[in-house]
Design a protein around this ligand. Structure first.
Ligand SMILES: NC(=O)C1=CN([C@@H]2O[C@H](COP(=O)(O)OP(=O)(O)OC[C@H]3O[C@@H](n4cnc5c(N)ncnc54)[C@H](O)[C@@H]3O)[C@@H](O)[C@H]2O)C=CC1
Ligand SMILES: CC(C)CC(=O)C(=O)O
Ligand SMILES: [Mg+2]
Length: 360
């Protein structure tokens, strides 16, 4: 029976449209001739749209996006410090609004070091872990304020919100992920100083652990975790952490595993009450936008996560395998964004020399 998937596509700003166009190319190629087709609707959202219309994300946009089966996003946001965007807050008003409104409480960020990848840790052994970052709470909720006294005594607060409900559901997801992988879960926080939030996270992990006796649980303060990301990343299987720590750790994870241009992510609504959203970990990279220097691999691997999420495991594995093939044959000679996309499309039809790995 044929299946049509309604896909909302948000290319966004900077390199977003460049990498999304390669991701869509791969999506089309991997599903060509199968009984699955993607009906795409492109939403023009981001800094550019704001500059042109003054809108960041209207209720109509949100409603229309929510009526799709899944979302593919490039990146949004302008050059940091662009005065024309001062009042817009694209990141909160668009990206975080989508994540919060669509209840993407799991921000799934897999990391692995692909064979042949130019990484400072290429010889670190088998590096293959998943960061489960909480996606709807923490310091990103916008709970804060400032007292602008116009004097040196100005005060600004940004409060981290952690609810037992929100922490428990993401912790439960992380335990289940660890059970389906190598059975090791690491909680990352800063319980020694962030004692209120930290003790909530620790207590909930301890409570949920009772239901997962086959999962071993470890704890690291976030500063120590950054050490082990570099010195012994092979120790990690699944990590669970809050929104801010997860954001920072996953840029580091990208850097140690071959570059931010390879790091994919899924903003997952595990309950299926709204569409999940797939995007590279990186931002809009204004410094290289429009130059075809961006690596579209992260966006393409985000398509693999999307396919997996939709239950299209074979197509997901084909994309991962093609990316693995392409990475293994990279020579270090720079290629244009579209050339990398074309090479990955070509690799879709090659017999594999490298076993695909599950990215979930
Ligand atoms: N999910 C999203 O939409 C995100 C949006 N942003 C926004 O993006 C804008 C730029 O943020 P930055 O902090 O500069 O982070 P960024 O991730 O855009 O760029 C950091 C560095 O990585 C490089 N880079 C990023 N993606 C690359 C790729 N695919 N290939 C090769 N090099 C790549 C950039 O050239 C830059 O030197 C800001 O407005 C920020 O708020 C940042 C992170 C995520
Ligand atoms: C606006 C930010 C929360 C985006 C970001 O850096 C991320 O999700 O990794
Ligand atoms: Mg980030």
């Amino acid at each position: 029976m044929s299946r049509t998937v309604k896909l909302a596509v948000i290319p966004g700003d900077g390199i977003g449209p460049e990498v999304v166009s390669e991701a869509v190319k791969v999506l089309e190629a991997v599903t060509a001739g199968t009984d699955v087709s993607f009906e795409r609707t492109t939403f023009s959202l981001g800094a550019q749209r704001y500059l042109e219309t003054g809108d960041v994300l209207t209720e109509e946009d949100l409603e229309a996006i929510a009526s799709h089966d899944a979302i593919l996003l490039g990146a949004v946001g302008g050059a940091p410090g662009d005065p024309r965007l001062a009042g817009a807050n694209i990141e909160r008003g668009l990206l975080l609004k989508l994540r919060f409104s669509l209840d993407h409480y799991v921000n799934l960020r897999p990391t692995r070091i692909y064979p042949g990848v130019p990484s400072p840790l290429a010889d670190a052994g088998d590096v293959d872990f998943v960061v489960v970052r909480e996606g709807t709470e923490g310091p990103y909720v916008g709970n804060g304020g400032s007292i602008r006294t116009g004097t040196p005594h100005e005060v600004a607060n940004e409060v981290s919100v952690n609810t037992a409900y929100g922490v428990e559901r993401v912790v439960r997801y992380a335990f289940a992920a660890a059970r389906s992988r190598h059975g090791r879960l690491t909680l990352v926080h800063k319980t020694n100083v962030l004692t209120f939030a930290g003790s909530l996270w620790k207590r909930i992990v301890d409570e949920v652990a009772i239901e997962f006796p086959d999962v071993t649980v470890d704890y690291l303060h976030v500063d120590a975790a950054t050490i082990f990301f570099v010195t012994n990343p092979g120790r990690f299987d699944v990590l669970v952490t809050d929104n801010l720590f997860g954001d920072i750790l996953t840029d580091l994870a990208g850097a140690i595993s071959g570059g931010i241009g390879l790091a994919a992510s899924g903003n997952i609504n595990p309950d299926g009450t709204s569409p999940s959203m797939f995007e590279p970990v990186h931002g809009s990279a204004p410094d290289i936008a429009g130059t075809q220097k961006a690596d579209p691999t992260a966006a393409i691997l985000s398509v693999a996560l999307l396919l997996d999420h939709l239950g299209l495991a074979d197509a997901a594995a084909s994309v991962t395998r093609a990316v693995t093939e392409d990475i293994a044959t990279r020579t270090g000679t720079p290629r244009r964004t579209a050339e990398i996309g074309d090479a990955i499309v070509a690799a879709l039809s090659l017999p594999s020399a490298h076993a695909p790995k599950d990215l979930s």
